[in-house]
Design a protein around this ligand. Structure first.
Ligand code: FAD
Length: 426
């Protein structure tokens, strides 16, 4: 079979569905090809979706969408081998105006995809796109095992490993220092137990980031769902290689930390998965357009690792890609010249403005790992020294604390780190 569409979208994740919804709503003939048995079947994340950007497609979506809990508290854990320091922010305002929701992608993505279907897009699951089709140098369709599909514009929303953007020559293989390998478990516990352990009301949830206690750029995450906990950790591939450890061993080490174990005690393992996160930032963003093709979401490496945002960048880039195709159709011009407005609009949006602002941060953290190793350890040691009660005079105690700190990081190093952080974020 050979069919022709205004646009064929490859990938039924947040980016692809946002693009398909935008175009279908404007009356374009849109086909989404998804390799999983349904959208979300092959997707994993932490994680939370964000109200602000999801509402651009589905106002008040939490009333009908399969969301788990709305986040009322953000936790930042600094771990040493046998202790932690926890900084957290809980705010009633998150109950008055929801900000983010924990979701399971296997439930949320099919719901999200139905919005595009209801708007008129055709979604075909269990169909892997194997290659792009070119005619006279421009991309005019895709090849699948079921046949060729022709389109004025192909939207590549095929995720972090995006075969399509590589075939189109828009992107290289993701380098190890720009990618994080994450492993995650979904652990079932009774709803009430989760609420008791995390001090939550019904439907309230937490989102937690945990640093320390692992090699290199290594961080853990924890999210509360209705009756499960999503617990995982991610490590920069470059640092994983250097550590000579296996990711599942690192995860076990993390899960067996004395501060984590009680939170998941007696839980039943429901799911284990692993996935890459493109965390290279602005300097690694792909070329996002060529004749007959646009690239959106993780395929274009649009992830803000500092704020742990990805789905909102994916949805926004999908919407902008969709709008670009709508304009191109009006002009009946699908050349890279017309499609280049996509990059321009991304540059004007928060997507590339935020990534550009943070563009030096990924390299800074990968070459200055004290923030993942030395500082979490030091904060824990200082907290311990501060709280021990014995005969030592407090003045001497503070002196000992200072010398302990400067043994781990020199005064100059501390000042330099503080200055660099201030500069990077200001
Ligand atoms: C561990 C982890 C934690 C995260 N936590 C968060 C979080 O809390 N909040 C947040 O906002 N973001 C988070 N992210 C990032 C977020 O998941 C991604 O940025 C987002 O899913 C990108 O959406 P996408 O549509 O571009 O790609 P994906 O969601 O990866 O979707 C791509 C789709 O394309 C399909 N596909 C791939 N190749 C083909 C092919 N050849 N043919 C047909 N179909 C194909 C796949 O099956 C998939 O459905 C996290 C990511 C990870 C890995």
């Amino acid at each position: 079979m050979t069919e022709k569409f205004d646009s064929v979208v490859v990938g039924g994740g947040p980016a692809g569905i946002a693009a398909a919804y935008t175009m279908a709503k404007a009356g374009l003939d849109v086909l989404v090809l998804e390799k999983g048995e349904k959208p979300g079947a092959k997707n994993m994340f932490g994680g939370v979706i964000f109200r602000h950007h999801t509402e651009k497609i589905a106002p008040e979506f939490w009333k009908t969408a399969p969301v788990e809990r709305h986040v009322v508290e953000y936790q930042y854990w600094f771990l040493s081998k046998d202790s932690h320091v926890l900084v957290s922010h809980r705010n009633q305002k998150f109950n008055d105006r929801y900000n983010a929701f924990t979701v399971h992608r296997a439930k949320f993505d099919p719901w999200f995809a139905k919005l595009a279907e209801d708007a008129g897009a055709l979604i075909i699951n269990r169909t892997t796109v194997d290659d792009i089709i070119r005619e006279d140098g421009r991309i005019v369709g895709v090849k699948t095992e079921r046949g060729d599909v022709m389109a004025n514009v192909v939207v590549a929303a095929d995720g972090v490993n995006s075969m399509l953007s590589k075939q189109a020559g828009l992107r290289e293989e993701i380098p190890g220092d720009a990618a994080v390998l994450a492993v995650k478990e979904v652990i079932a516990l009774p709803k009430q137990k989760i609420e008791d352990r995390f001090n939550l009301g019904p439907d309230e949830g937490i989102a937690a980031l945990l640093v320390g206690c692992g090699p290199g750029m290594h961080a853990g995450f924890m999210y509360t769902n209705r009756d499960t906990i999503s617990l995982g950790m991610g490590i920069n591939i470059h640092d994983l290689d250097k550590s000579k450890q296996r990711p599942n061993d690192l995860y076990e080490q993390f899960k067996n930390h004395p501060s984590i174990t009680p939170l998941v005690k007696d839980g039943e393992l429901k799911e284990y998965s692993a996935h890459l996160i493109p965390e290279g930032g602005y300097n690694h963003v792909a070329n996002v357009y060529t004749d007959g093709m646009l690239v959106a979401g993780d395929a274009a490496m649009l992830v803000n690792a500092i704020n742990w945002e990805g789905t909102n960048l994916a949805m926004t880039s999908g919407i902008i890609a969709g709008e670009t195709v709508i304009q191109a159709k009006k002009k009946a011009d699908f050349s890279s010249n017309t499609l280049s407005t996509y990059r321009q609009k991304l540059e004007e949006s928060f997507v590339l403005r935020d990534l550009k602002k943070y563009r030096k941060i990924p390299k800074f953290f990968s070459s200055n790992q004290h923030f993942f190793t030395t500082y979490p350890e030091a904060i824990n040691e200082l907290a311990y020294m501060w709280h021990v009660v014995d005969d030592e005079l407090k003045q001497e105690r503070v002196g000992h604390m200072k010398s302990k700190l400067f043994k781990q990081r020199s005064r100059i190093g501390l000042i330099r780190d503080a200055y660099n952080i201030w500069r990077l974020f200001s």
